[in-house]
Design a protein around this ligand. Structure first.
Ligand SMILES: *[C@@H]1O[C@H](CO)[C@@H](O)[C@H](O)[C@H]1NC(C)=O
Ligand SMILES: *[C@@H]1O[C@H](CO)[C@@H](O)[C@H](O)[C@H]1NC(C)=O
Ligand SMILES: *[C@@H]1O[C@H](CO)[C@@H](O)[C@H](O)[C@H]1NC(C)=O
Ligand SMILES: *[C@@H]1O[C@H](CO)[C@@H](O)[C@H](O)[C@H]1NC(C)=O
Length: 277
């Protein structure tokens, strides 16, 4: 009979408690560069923007890299970095002027591929915790990218695309175009291989085989290299002319030069001859 007001009070307290926890520490967003070039001597900033309630106390900000703690800040103490990021973070960097968020961000010197991976910012208060995760990819562009004709018979022509020393393993795909006629679909790959260097970098090639029926003189064969998740794309192309044309083309060229040399010779002779007459 008498416990009805108690129940109401209990519900009110429960609601307030629920509101309390949902309104506590909250991360708005984190900023982590998606991709950076290995050893490019730039600094990157990993930011962790959070909102606090005025009465949030015992604040702790931690950053993890691949689940290992690499940075900790317990206001109002100085921040510290650990493990893979020890000596790699500018501990004086200020993200804001607010004493409750001034050292929330990490400024990392010269990122290299050993500190690529999953970055997690965790914010703890006395009553609550929130976290956000983002990945950073560190890549090495190719040393060389080449496309060349690697074989032919009366029915088919092979093209090889070779990329050396990228990190991580890139994706290669070849395309054919003729005049403004593009085949968006890549050419099928008949052979491929990838090898890993001691440096951790990869060298890889693909071979595409084209039927002569579909390969007009003047076709352009393109090779596209993509490093996954980085937005890094590179292209090489080769202009195709059939072998017969090409072989006679080279003889034609030397004949052409011979003719030029003869003409120059004749002109000189003529000049000398005329001047002495
Ligand atoms: C990235 O750069 C560092 C520093 O120069 C180097 O030690 C490392 O081998 C590079 N990584 C790759 C995959 O080449
Ligand atoms: C790297 O950058 C810093 C500052 O931006 C500069 O002082 C230093 O000379 C650079 N190092 C190399 C190897 O380029
Ligand atoms: C943090 O995020 C809030 C909400 O998105 C925004 O109003 C504020 O300007 C941000 N602070 C900084 C320093 O970026
Ligand atoms: C083209 O490449 C495939 C796969 O390596 C090979 O089996 C075939 O003999 C090659 N064709 C020519 C004409 O070189």
């Amino acid at each position: 009979m008498n416990n009805k007001p108690l129940k109401v009070l209990f519900i009110i307290v429960a609601i307030l408690y629920a509101l309390n926890t949902t309104e506590s520490v909250q991360i708005n967003y984190i900023k982590v560069p998606q991709a950076v070039k290995n050893d490019s001597n730039i600094s990157v900033i990993m930011d962790c923007n959070y909102s606090l309630r005025p009465d949030d106390t015992d604040l702790v900000i931690k950053w993890y890299l691949n689940e290992n703690m690499v940075y900790q800040w317990i206001p109002p103490k100085a921040p510290q970095s650990f493990g893979a990021l020890k000596n790699k973070v500018d501990l004086k960097y200020k993200a804001t002027d607010d004493p409750k968020s001034v050292h929330r961000a990490m400024k990392i010197f010269n990122p290299t591929n050993d500190i690529a991976g999953e970055y997690k910012c965790s914010v703890y208060s006395f009553t609550d915790e929130d976290y956000f995760i983002k990945n950073m990819h560190v890549f090495v562009p190719e040393k060389t990218l080449e496309i060349f004709k690697s074989g032919h018979d009366e029915r088919t022509v092979n093209f090889t695309c070779l990329a050396t020393e990228t990190f991580p393993k890139p994706n290669l795909l070849m395309f054919k175009s003729y005049k403004d006629h593009y085949h968006r679909k890549g050419l099928s790959t008949v052979q491929w291989d990838v090898s890993k260097h001691n440096s951790g970098r990869f060298t890889t090639y693909i071979v595409s085989s084209l039927n002569r029926e579909y390969l007009q003189d003047g076709s352009i064969i393109r090779c596209e290299l993509r490093i996954p998740d980085t937005g890094y794309v590179k292209m090489r192309s080769i202009l195709y002319y059939s072998e017969v044309d090409k072989d006679s083309g080279s003889t034609n060229r030397s004949q052409f030069f011979n003719v030029i040399i003869k003409i120059i010779f004749l002109l000189i002779v003529n000049f000398v001859f005329c001047n002495f007459m």
